[in-house]
Design a protein around this ligand. Structure first.
Ligand SMILES: Nc1ncnc2c1ncn2[C@@H]1O[C@H](COP(=O)(O)OP(=O)(O)OP(=O)(O)O)[C@@H](O)[C@H]1O
Length: 318
């Protein structure tokens, strides 16, 4: 564990909207079970988050941020009761998502198209406005506000937009329903400085005025100094810190970027020391593939998630 600041997890109160209780998650192998010998990507996490919080989810590459957000958003099957959002299990209670109370925005807007390939950017010769108007039950003022905040032109033809413009339309569609809880996974990468600042201000208003709750995973800290009410620091799949920013004097002394840099350096150093002591890399998947009876290929719709030793579905490895 990174010995940065003591882990603190807010206790449950009436205001709690996200309740995580001893959550662990492993990606499944071919038989739907966790791969033997591979530690869970998220491990024994317990945390309670109050309504209206704006949490910044921070951690090194591979820490498990995306996996955690997806588990919280009901996109991964987890043990019933280990995640509650607005008192319901997001995986088992699909109404949470279909009602718009829980929103998840992450990754690129892509789809798989036969003979064209996987992860093709969403495009088509139709106007952005048709997609926006296709979302039912959205108050006209909210639609107008979001169109202004994200600076979307409803006339944009979706096969001719830039990556950043496509991202703006994706964000607009994802934010149209007045969510109670929103999970954001590094969604501002393509936005220009102004677009990002306006979006962050909009999200802050959503929390202050409607008491919405947001967890936002990012590596881009520009303009975020005063945005979060809480920091969540994840490393090696474990919760290292959950604390209100007001209780982190280092954040005010060093600034957010320097503080995160310090945590990441410390974590890296500790990982290296642990590896040196163990004499090998600790992750079992770092063993030569030939030594593994089964290994994970990652997940994509329609593709196998793992390979058996000597089988023909192995992904290319060099
Ligand atoms: N689909 C998958 N199948 C199997 N293992 C996966 C899959 N996706 C991620 N992992 C494993 O889980 C670990 C955590 O990945 P995750 O994407 O959650 O990290 P992250 O903190 O979001 O990283 P980054 O900051 O680079 O986006 C990775 O190191 C990888 O080994």
């Amino acid at each position: 564990m990174v010995a940065t600041t003591q882990v603190s997890a807010q206790s449950h109160s009436e205001d709690t909207v996200i309740e995580v209780q001893d959550l662990s998650f492993s990606y499944p192998g071919i038989d739907g079970r966790p791969l033997p010998g591979v530690p869970p990507v998220v491990q024994n996490m317990t945390v309670s988050i109050a309504r209206g919080s704006r949490c910044l989810l921070i951690g090194p590459n591979g820490a498990g941020k995306t996996t955690l957000l997806k588990a919280l958003a009901g996109k991964h099957m987890v043990t019933q009761g280990s995640v509650l959002v607005a008192d319901h299990s997001p995986f088992h209670h699909t109404e949470l998502t279909t009602s718009g109370d829980l929103a998840y925005l992450g990754g690129n807007w892509v789809r798989d198209i036969a003979f064209a390939g996987y992860s093709i950017p969403l495009q088509g010769d139709f106007p952005a406005g048709r997609m926006i108007d296709g979302v039912p039950g959205v108050p006209a003022e909210r639609k107008a506000l979001l169109t202004k905040v994200l600076d979307v032109d409803p006339e944009w033809r979706m096969h001719r937009v830039s990556d950043g413009q496509r991202r703006r339309v994706q964000l607009l569609l994802g934010l149209l329903q007045p969510f109670k809880v929103l999970f954001l996974d590094e969604i501002t990468v393509d936005l220009d400085v102004l677009g990002r600042a306006d979006l962050l201000a909009f999200l802050q208003d959503e929390c202050e005025q409607r008491h919405a709750t947001i967890i936002y995973a990012t590596h881009i800290f520009d303009g975020l100094e005063s945005w979060p009410t809480h920091l969540i620091y994840l490393s090696g799949g474990r919760l290292q810190l959950f604390a209100p920013t007001a209780e982190l004097p280092e954040m005010h002394d060093l600034g957010l970027l320097k503080l995160v840099e310090r945590w990441l350096r410390k974590g890296k150093q500790q990982r290296k020391q642990a590896e040196q002591q163990a004499g090998v890399k600790q992750h079992p998947e770092a063993r030569p593939v030939s030594a593994l009876p089964q290994w994970s290929n990652g997940y994509a719709p329609g593709r196998l998630t793992s390979s058996l030793k000597d089988s023909s579905n192995a992904v290319m490895r060099m």
